[in-house]
Design a protein around this ligand. Structure first.
Ligand SMILES: *Cc1c(COP(=O)(O)O)cnc(C)c1O
Length: 233
């Protein structure tokens, strides 16, 4: 028997915090989506979250996703949010409604090729390395606008906004920079784009991210509890 009581408790807390954050910054009527980030979480726990209204899932790893996808309930919508190698796109493209982790024009070109081949149009977000960290991938803030212009020229792909993982515990400086970058890119009105999503905020900073215009927060540990990775051999 599985008990999902812990997830139910977490959901109550998340809904309370989200409501509070929305009211605090006068966004109570805004539509802010919450993604359930599934890495290391067994499929039955993911399915429970879906049954409680968390119908948008975020996948980080191609291999793990391919192992779990048959067990997922079918009404979930799935986005890819992890580092993606060009040669793996073909394994996931038909299952995703959005790829949020596009970190280069080269990767976008490969997604475009695969999308055209499969007769579909893939929505994407450009990932921004807003803190300029060595350890993270993504467009630098200076390059991303140019990147969006270039990706907008590709077939079978549509840029829908920006995604970021800001540096930890740096306060709100980077959240504010992302908000400005997102508004600036939206204001460019670039053809063949539909800039509507700012995917920003994780378990430790989602309430703060809502203050700075995020309309999609991505929650892993706040929803499912701490992740337990298998010990490295
Ligand atoms: C793991 C992960 C998250 C969720 O992280 P938590 O801190 O557990 O909420 C969000 N976004 C991305 C890209 C991730 O890899």
């Amino acid at each position: 028997m599985n008990s999902f009581d812990d997830i139910s408790e977490n959901i109550k807390r998340i809904r309370f915090n989200m409501d509070e954050a929305r009211v605090k910054c006068g966004r109570e009527h805004d539509d802010i989506r919450i993604m359930a980030v599934t890495k290391t979480v067994p499929a039955e726990r993911v399915n429970f979250a879906v049954s409680q209204g968390f119908e948008l899932l975020g996948e980080n790893r191609v291999q793990e996703f391919l192992q779990k996808k048959e067990q997922y309930v079918k009404n979930a919508e799935i986005n890819f949010i992890g580092h993606l190698q060009s040669n793996k796109i073909k394994y996931i493209i038909k299952d995703m409604t959005m790829i949020q982790s596009v970190d280069s024009v080269g990767l976008a070109e490969e997604i475009s090729r695969q999308a055209v081949k499969n007769g579909l149009r893939m929505d994407i977000l450009c990932e921004v390395n807003i803190g300029g960290e060595e350890s993270k991938s993504g467009f630098s803030p200076d390059e991303v606008t140019d990147g969006v212009y270039r990706i907008a020229e590709l077939e079978g792909i549509r840029v829908c906004g920006l995604m970021t993982i800001p540096p930890p515990s740096e306060g709100s400086v980077f959240l504010e920079r992302m908000q400005r970058l997102f508004e600036d890119i939206k204001a460019e009105n670039i053809g063949n784009t539909d800039i509507h999503t700012l995917s920003m905020g994780m378990s430790s900073d989602y309430a703060e991210a809502v203050k700075f215009g995020s309309n999609m927060v991505r929650l892993g540990s706040a929803l499912f509890g701490a992740r337990h990775y298998p010990a490295e051999k």
